[in-house]
Unconditional design. Structure first.
Length: 247
């Protein structure tokens, strides 16, 4: 049998044919096809099963909270050709040929064997755009507040306390405390610290950034712009990720 082109994989049968007698095969950079059990096969990007094909024809899409361009590209590559995931003003949508209006991407999004998509709700775009503006405003406020105090027990407990290396807010999956911080203009040092770390800044390798942001004695006005660039981008990305926006 001729080797199947991986780009033809759009459902369980095609995924099964591509795997053959193997349990996993590479698809693209950091993306592979995994046989999870006798009835499900997944497209795994990094450590997240972004697509799961079921033997009965059901397909489940779940980006794991990673609204990145590469994740979206992979999901479009390995879902049925009539289904398209696209981004508009930081919000993901699913184009469904069976309904007149495109629907908001949710976690998970389920494609039924007959091609219908669940759930089929749409967002209040005005509300979402208002929140995105709040995120940008809060990220700028964090910059304007530099230098900050070091993170400590006086910070918001949901931002400071951790559980299995997650903040308490992340562990319980509740971002409402973040909405309160934005509305009240409360700059939380723990939030800024974690945003920097999550965005790839290391307290040791990038010690000058952390010193500029959190050490009032080391702060130098002439280097403010360096700290502001790091903080603004990191805080914006951190908040967008938790509210389910592309970043």
């Amino acid at each position: 049998m001729a080797l199947m082109n991986y780009k033809m994989i759009k459902n369980y049968t095609e995924a099964e044919n591509y795997l053959g007698n193997k349990n996993k095969r590479p698809l693209a950079y950091k993306t592979k096809l995994i046989r999870r059990d006798s009835e499900t096969i997944a497209v795994r990007h990094h450590d997240t099963d972004i697509i799961v094909y079921y033997q009965d024809g059901t397909i489940i899409l779940d980006n794991g909270g990673f609204y990145s361009p590469t994740t979206k590209e992979r999901m479009n590559l390995f879902t049925p050709s009539n289904i398209r995931i696209y981004q508009e003003k930081s919000i993901w949508f699913v184009s469904d040929p069976n309904i007149d209006k495109d629907i908001t991407f949710t976690r998970p999004t389920i494609i039924e064997p007959d091609g219908t998509i669940e759930p089929t709700h749409t967002v209040d775009l005005k509300h979402e755009q208002k929140r995105l503006k709040q995120i940008n405003k809060y990220a700028q406020l964090c910059c304007d507040s530099i230098p900050l105090s070091l993170p400590g027990p006086g910070d918001c407990l949901y931002c400071h306390l951790t559980n299995d290396n997650k903040t308490l807010g992340d562990a319980i999956g509740n971002p409402t405390h973040l909405e309160s911080h934005m509305e009240e203009g409360y700059v939380v040092p723990s939030l800024v610290w974690r945003a920097l770390v999550e965005n790839g800044y290391d307290p040791e390798r990038n010690s000058i950034i952390f010193s500029m942001v959190f050490d009032k004695e080391s702060f130098r006005e002439g280097l403010r712009s360096i700290a502001e660039i790091a903080v603004k981008g990191s805080v914006r990305k951190y908040l967008k990720k938790r509210f389910g926006y592309a970043y």
